[in-house]
Design a protein around this ligand. Structure first.
Ligand code: ZN
Length: 286
């Protein structure tokens, strides 16, 4: 199934994509459980899976996807992890060594943004960049899970844009500042359940800027696979339902251009992250 957070008649609601391109809006209560956000669905998926499928067979209000008001695909992820330099060509284009271990950093909730939401360019930066990324949405608590079992703890996957202010990112040794400005993590529009995705490391991933293809790769090119990333992170943290893990970006970011050819994001630019089986995440910068 494909789940989205939307605003429906003034309230937060969960919608499910139908094959005809419309969204079915779930009622606030399903099988006696509150369902106002994908977070609620993720937390009680084993109990809600069947009742939600039953509800979809009935008559639910619908809205056209292109007219829906989306919210971030997960509203309150307990943690937001990011993996840096996880595609060989991207590491090379930034002049960074190929990492021996996953490069782990984080973002906060203030960074979340929705599909078609406008992201403000910070006044303090002149070098804002895009990064198309596959994001893992965790489904069950995971602590010290094996690589072989890791994907069994995943709820689903969603497109993400790891927006990065390069001048702030490299102002000091810590990337946090340049990665965590308000709305620097658009995610969505849908969390697609793991059963519909299959192997998360066999997906075409692309970013278009104002219609021009800038990044085009496949998640098969990751240095550390989704399973390896989950197994690695779970050695140090208990991964929780709703945790987001952005798995790194392929080559083609603005930072990777020769210095005299870098044209940083400017007001009016539109970036679209497109991932096979997951859909397209559109972000306008202002
Ligand atoms: Zn990134």
């Amino acid at each position: 199934m494909k789940f989205a957070n939307i605003t429906w008649e003034g309230r937060p609601a969960v919608a499910v994509a139908r094959p005809d391109g419309t969204l079915a809006v779930l009622p606030e209560t399903v099988a006696g459980m509150t369902v106002r956000a994908t977070d609620d669905v993720i937390a009680a998926w084993d109990l809600l899976r069947r009742p939600i499928a039953d509800a979809l067979d009935g008559s639910l209000p619908t809205v056209a996807a292109d007219r829906a008001t989306f919210a971030p695909a997960v509203r309150r992820p307990p943690k937001i992890f990011c993996i840096g330099l996880n595609y060989r060509k991207h590491a090379e284009e930034t002049g960074s060594p190929i990492p021996e271990y996953p490069v782990v950093f984080s973002k906060y909730h203030n960074t979340l943004a929705a599909h078609r939401e406008t992201v403000p360019l910070p006044e303090e930066s002149r070098q804002v960049d895009y990064e198309a990324e596959l994001a893992i949405v965790m489904g069950r608590p995971a602590r010290r899970v094996s690589e072989a079992d890791a994907l069994g703890y995943v709820f689903g996957y969603t497109p993400a844009n790891d927006v990065s202010a390069r001048d702030l990112q490299f102002r000091s040794g810590q990337w946090l500042l340049g990665k965590s400005c308000d709305k620097f993590a658009p995610v969505g529009p849908f969390v697609v359940t793991a059963d519909e995705v299959g192997n998360p490391n066999a997906l075409e991933i692309q970013l278009r800027l104002n219609g021009e293809v800038r990044q085009a790769s496949n998640t098969a090119d990751m240095i550390f696979s989704c399973a390896q990333i989950i197994a690695y992170l779970s050695k140090f943290w208990t991964l929780e339902p709703g945790d987001l893990i952005l798995t790194g970006t392929p080559s083609g970011v603005i930072q990777g251009f020769p210095p005299d050819r870098r044209v940083w994001l400017k007001p009016g630019d539109v970036a679209v992250v497109s991932i096979e089986k997951l859909g397209e995440l559109e972000t306008r910068f202002q």
